[in-house]
Design a protein around this ligand. Structure first.
Ligand code: BES
Ligand code: MN
Ligand code: MN
Length: 458
C-alpha cells in the first residue's frame, strides 16, 4: 500500500471516533464574546492542544491578554515546504435559544448533518486538518511536508491578539502558504476555492439627548430627539438604489474584472432557492449588480441593531434620552478601513442636531483580501480537492471576513488557500448551525491529499 492509501484507510477506519471527538469539542460552549464563558474557552483550547498532542505533534498553548492560542507543529520534513493551518475554536453566541431544534451545545445528528454551535464555523472544518495530520503521523510515521497549526480562540471578536503572536514568532513561523477551512462550498457537490473575502468595519453610534426620558407632549418638538436624529442619520446612509451615500466611500473600490463577472455569471446560482432560504418574496441590493456580485464583490452597509426609547408593550409618549445604532460596512479590495472610519464619523457628526451628543465606538476592522489563483499551491489544492471530493473546485469569492488572513500576507508574507468544506445553508451565526458528516469526511480526505500535493508542488 502507498502512504496515501494507508492514510485514507486510517481515515475511513477511524471516522466514527473522529466524529465522537468532534462531538466532545462541540459540547464546550467556547463563546469568545461572552465574558462568563472565559473558562470554557480556555477548556476548548486545552482540549485542542491535548488532541494535537495525541495525534503526534509538538504543542504549545500560548496565553494572551484574551483567549489562548494553540500552536502545534511538525518539522520532520527538512527540505520540504511548510504550510501553516489556521482555524478557530471559538464560536458565536447561540441566542436565540428557543429557535434551536436541539441544544446548541448538545451536538445531535439529523439527516447526515451534525447540529451544534460551531459545527461548521469553525470547529468541524478546522478539525478535518487535525485529523488528517493524525492520520498521516499514525498511519505512516510522518508527514510529507512541515506543518504549523495555529488554532485561536478570538476569531469571532476580530483576532485582536493574533497579529502580535505572528510578529513575535515570525522567524519560527516561516512558511510557504497558509491553509484555512472556514468558508463554504459553492453548492452541495460543488467544492470551491475562495479567492476573495470582504473586509469589515463596525461601529456603535450612541446619541444622547435630554438627561432623562421626557413627556413628548410637554417637551417634544422643543428639544432634539436622539431617536429621530439617529433614524435620520441611518436613513441618509443609503439611497433608494442601495448606494452608500458617504462622500468618497467608493473611491478606492477595485471594480470587478470582466473575467470575474463572466465567471460569476457562469456559475449555476439558484437565485430562487437563495430567496426562499432567506424567506423573502423579493431580493434587494445595489442597482446594476447581480446577487453574486453584491454578495461577493460589492461593499455593503447594514444596520445590525437598533435600541432607543420605550421597548415595552403599548404607547409610552416620551422623548427618549438615548438612541444607539450598530452599523457595519463590508469592504472590498483596496478600501481602507481607517479612511472609511474617518468618512463615516464625519458623515454622522455633520448630522447631529443641536444639543444632542454623539459618541462613536469603533469595533473590529479588517481589510478585504484577494489571493492569487495561479500559484503552485493553488494547483496543489485543486488536485487535492479533485481526489477528496471526486470533482474539481470552482473559484468563488465570499462576503464574509477572516481578519487574520491579511496578516498572513503582511506579517508572514504568504498567500492563503481558502478551502471551505461548509454549505451555504449551514446556518453559521444562526440557530441550528450544522455541518454535513459527509463533508467532514471528504474535507479530512482532501486535507490528507493536500499535504502530499504540496510536497509535489511543480
Ligand atoms: N467563518 C466566518 C467567515 C466567513 C463566513 C467567510 C462565511 C466566508 C463565508 C468567520 O468566522 C466570521 O464569522 N467572521 C466574521 C468577522 C469577525 C471580525 C466577527 C464575519 O465575517 O462577520
Ligand atoms: Mn469562522
Ligand atoms: Mn464566524
Amino acid at each position: 500500500m502507498t502512504d496515501i492509501e494507508s492514510v485514507q484507510k486510517y481515515i475511513e477506519e477511524h471516522q466514527e471516533r473522529f466524529q465522537r471527538e468532534l462531538v466532545e469539542l462541540l459540547q464546550i460552549p467556547s463563546v469568545s464574546t461572552e465574558p462568563s464563558c472565559k473558562e470554557e474557552v480556555a477548556r476548548a483550547a486545552s482540549w485542542v492542544a491535548d488532541n494535537l498532542r495525541k495525534a503526534g505533534l509538538e504543542v504549545e498553548v500560548v496565553e494572551t491578554e484574551g483567549h489562548p492560542i494553540v500552536h502545534g507543529w511538525w518539522s520532520g520534513a527538512p527540505g520540504q515546504p511548510t504550510a501553516l493551518v489556521y482555524g478557530h475554536y471559538d464560536v458565536q453566541p447561540p441566542e436565540p435559544l428557543e429557535d434551536w431544534v436541539s441544544g446548541p451545545f448538545e451536538p445531535t445528528v439529523r439527516d447526515g448533518n451534525l447540529y451544534a454551535r460551531g459545527a461548521t464555523d469553525d470547529k468541524g472544518q478546522m478539525f478535518t486538518h487535525m485529523k488528517s495530520v493524525e492520520a498521516w503521523i499514525q498511519a505512516t510515521g510522518s508527514l510529507p511536508i512541515n506543518l504549523h497549526l495555529v488554532i485561536e480562540g478570538e476569531e469571532e471578536i476580530g483576532s485582536p491578539h493574533l497579529p502580535a503572536f505572528l510578529e513575535s514568532r515570525r522567524a519560527d513561523l516561516t512558511c510557504d502558504c497558509a491553509v484555512v477551512s472556514d468558508t463554504a462550498q459553492f453548492a452541495p457537490g460543488m467544492p470551491a476555492i475562495t479567492y476573495g473575502l470582504k473586509g469589515l468595519t463596525f461601529y456603535e453610534v450612541t446619541l444622547t439627548g435630554p438627561q432623562r426620558d421626557l413627556h413628548s407632549g410637554v417637551y417634544g418638538g422643543a428639544v432634539g430627539n436622539p431617536a429621530n436624529n439617529l433614524a435620520r442619520i441611518l436613513a441618509d446612509l443609503l439611497d433608494e438604489e442601495g448606494r452608500i451615500q458617504i462622500p468618497g466611500f467608493y473611491d478606492d473600490c477595485r471594480p470587478l474584472a470582466d473575467w470575474e463577472r463572466e465567471q460569476f455569471a457562469a456559475l449555476p446560482f439558484d437565485e430562487d432557492g437563495f430567496r426562499e432560504y432567506v424567506g423573502m418574496d423579493a431580493l434587494f441590493g445595489e442597482e446594476g449588480f447581480s446577487t453574486l456580485e453584491r454578495k461577493w464583490a460589492r461593499p455593503t452597509c447594514d444596520i445590525n441593531g437598533l435600541t432607543a426609547g420605550y421597548q415595552g408593550e403599548g404607547a409610552k409618549t416620551i422623548v427618549p434620552s438615548k438612541a444607539t445604532g450598530k452599523v457595519s460596512f463590508r469592504l472590498v479590495p483596496d478600501q481602507d478601513p481607517e479612511a472609511i472610519a474617518a468618512a463615516f464619523c464625519r458623515f454622522v457628526e455633520e448630522r447631529v442636531r443641536p444639543g444632542v451628543r454623539c459618541e462613536i465606538d469603533s469595533h473590529t476592522g479588517c481589510r478585504a483580501v484577494l489571493v492569487p489563483v495561479d500559484s503552485a499551491y493553488c494547483q496543489a489544492a485543486v488536485r487535492a480537492i479533485e481526489q477528496g471530493f471526486g470533482t474539481p473546485p470552482v473559484f468563488i469569492r465570499e462576503g464574509g471576513s477572516i481578519p487574520i488572513v491579511e496578516s498572513f500576507k503582511s506579517i508572514l508574507e504568504v498567500d492563503t488557500l481558502l478551502l471551505g468544506w461548509g454549505q451555504n445553508d449551514d446556518n453559521l451565526h444562526s440557530p441550528n448551525e450544522k455541518f454535513s458528516l459527509a463533508d467532514f469526511e471528504k474535507g479530512t480526505r482532501t486535507s490528507a491529499h493536500l499535504w502530499q500535493e504540496l510536497a509535489r508542488r511543480e
